[in-house]
Design a protein around this ligand. Structure first.
Ligand code: SAM
Length: 276
């Protein structure tokens, strides 16, 4: 593993994450025994527009209960669970972070979804699965940490069956540079590798995928972050939230994302791909 990948892995590796989530839930009066997918949303869907976006992606995907779908860069598995819950499909999530995968597995057991939803710690650039293993693949906001995007998209192409669909919901660069750091996916520029949407499209096409849909979601992202203000001092954070995943400077990261969106330094794309 190279130095940057090491950095990325340790960025996404908070100690005692599962216990911190349990403590947070207890503090807001949520009982573990009656826990629902919605209760976990503030912490387990770590992407722009959270569960609202996940539900849009489910609709776009057309995934059904007889399918086995791979979630690449699944984090703590909120969207993996939502996908399986809403479609009935079997879902496997992989992520570089063992801490996230351990938490994803425990949360899934807590919700009694472990028969249909499983997790494995591995690198998206070197997947352990055979060629043509999955009926579908999705990947939500992880390309930003990947420098070799061609290798990443080639791996998605390799593991999905011919005729299979791939859903991507990804942050790209914008017309302007540089990006303000830190942002939710990176403490500094060594951990972030954004390319403009047009370059991303070319990478996808050269791996062999046909692009079925390509939708710019930047305006929706702007609206979601429009209320962000520069934090002053040490603002209070909620008991449960994505700061548990990537640190207490989350409001600075969200504010910088807001600035990057407003100043056309980053963009957001949703796409459905087809392996011929
Ligand atoms: C912004 S989070 C999104 C997580 C999840 N998809 C979600 O929406 O909640 C980015 C995720 O990509 C993962 N990641 C980054 N580089 C990776 C790699 N090379 N292989 C697998 N996962 C990776 C990180 O560990 C992190 O969980």
């Amino acid at each position: 593993m190279n130095k940057t990948m090491d950095h990325i892995q340790s960025y996404y590796s908070p100690d005692n994450l599962y216990q911190k989530i349990m403590d947070g839930l207890a503090l807001i009066g949520k009982d573990q025994s009656g826990l629902t997918l919605d209760d976990l949303q503030p912490v387990d869907e770590f992407h722009i527009r959270g569960d609202t976006a996940t539900r849009e992606l489910i609709k776009l995907s057309g995934f059904t209960s007889d399918m086995h779908v791979l979630d690449v860069g699944c984090g703590v598995g909120g969207s993996t669970r939502r996908l399986s819950h809403d479609t009935g499909c079997r879902a496997t999530g992989i992520d570089l972070s063992e801490h996230y995968i351990d938490t994803a597995t425990k949360l899934t057991e807590l919700l009694n979804m472990q028969e249909r939803v499983q997790f494995k710690a591995e690198n998206a650039l070197d997947l352990s699965f055979d060629d043509n293993s999955f009926d579908g693949v999705w990947s939500i906001q992880m390309n930003m940490n990947i420098e070799d995007k061609q290798l990443w998209v080639d791996e998605l192409f390799r593991v999905v069956k011919p005729g299979g669909r791939v859903v991507l919901y990804e942050v790209c660069g914008g017309e302007n540079t540089p990006v303000y750091f830190p942002v939710p996916w990176a403490q500094n520029e060594t951990m972030s590798a954004l390319v403009p949407p047009e370059s991303f499209k070319e990478i996808i096409q050269s791996s062999g995928f046909a692009i079925e849909t390509w939708t710019d979601k930047t305006d929706l992202a702007r609206a979601a972050f429009s209320h962000m203000k520069e934090p002053v001092g040490e603002p209070e954070l909620p008991e449960i939230g994505v700061h548990l995943l990537v640190g207490n400077d989350i409001l600075t990261k969200a504010y910088n994302l807001h600035r990057n969106l407003e100043e056309c330094r980053v963009s957001l794309v949703e796409s459905l791909l087809l392996k011929p």
